[in-house]
Write a protein that binds this ligand. Sequence first.
Ligand code: ZN
Length: 282
Amino acid sequence: MAPATKKSPLKGSKIGRKPGSKSPLRKRAYAPAGRTARQLPTAPEPNRLLKVWRRVLERRLRTRLRGSVAVEVHDNTHTMLTFQRRRGQWRLRLHHMFLAAPDEVIGALAEYVRDADPEASALLDRYIERNKAYIRRVTPAQLRKRLRLDPAGRHHDLSRIFERLNERYFENRINAAITYGPAPKVKGPRKSIKMGSYSADSRVIRIHPALDQPLVPRYFVEWIVFHEMLHHIYKIRRGESGRRCVHPPEFMEHERRFHDYRRAQAWEDENLDLLLRARPAA
Ligand SMILES: [Zn+2]
């Protein structure tokens, strides 16, 4: 829900004024003659305001992280916070609800980023929960419209794989889309490869284009797709330690029901090199 539809404290506090009396707001504009005409301060444009708040947040985080901090503010609907450390700088991407967060929350942000502190993480969750009115509501269909889905491939047709798995394992109940991801530009050999991902925002499964090779067996691609389909069912939750649990035990259990589970795992162990060296055409 947009915050504007909530009862705004500003809207609620009308300035009491008897009918006929001059508005206290207008009074200001009509300064007595003879005084220096001064332009009334205009409200800064939203973008400028955002920039100012962003800098303030950077400063607040910098003192706590004792280092260089760059903040980017977004309006995402699911992922409220991501971060990385690059060339000695902390880079955070945050939802705008954090712009004016209280000190306790900023402290938790720093601890979470620096030490993956589970208590800090739980505090952040509570803050996000309290402020969810500021999270824009976007339907997965709206998000998907902006994406170009490209599931056909040259060797492995992801739509077909998805449909067959959906029928065989999920009674056709997985309501998600699937596509090959863009071919990421990498220099030199890869150190790791993210073979699949699932976005809860758009309900889109992305498969790495390196898997679209004749040397990659069908059952292996199926396994990766199956795994991502499970992410549609098992939402990320918190384990007992307070840490985020992306693959909870019931997920792992369910994954073992895939008909070629062991074979696919064995293939990965033996052929990871092939995937790491793959250079899919863009
Ligand atoms: Zn996973």
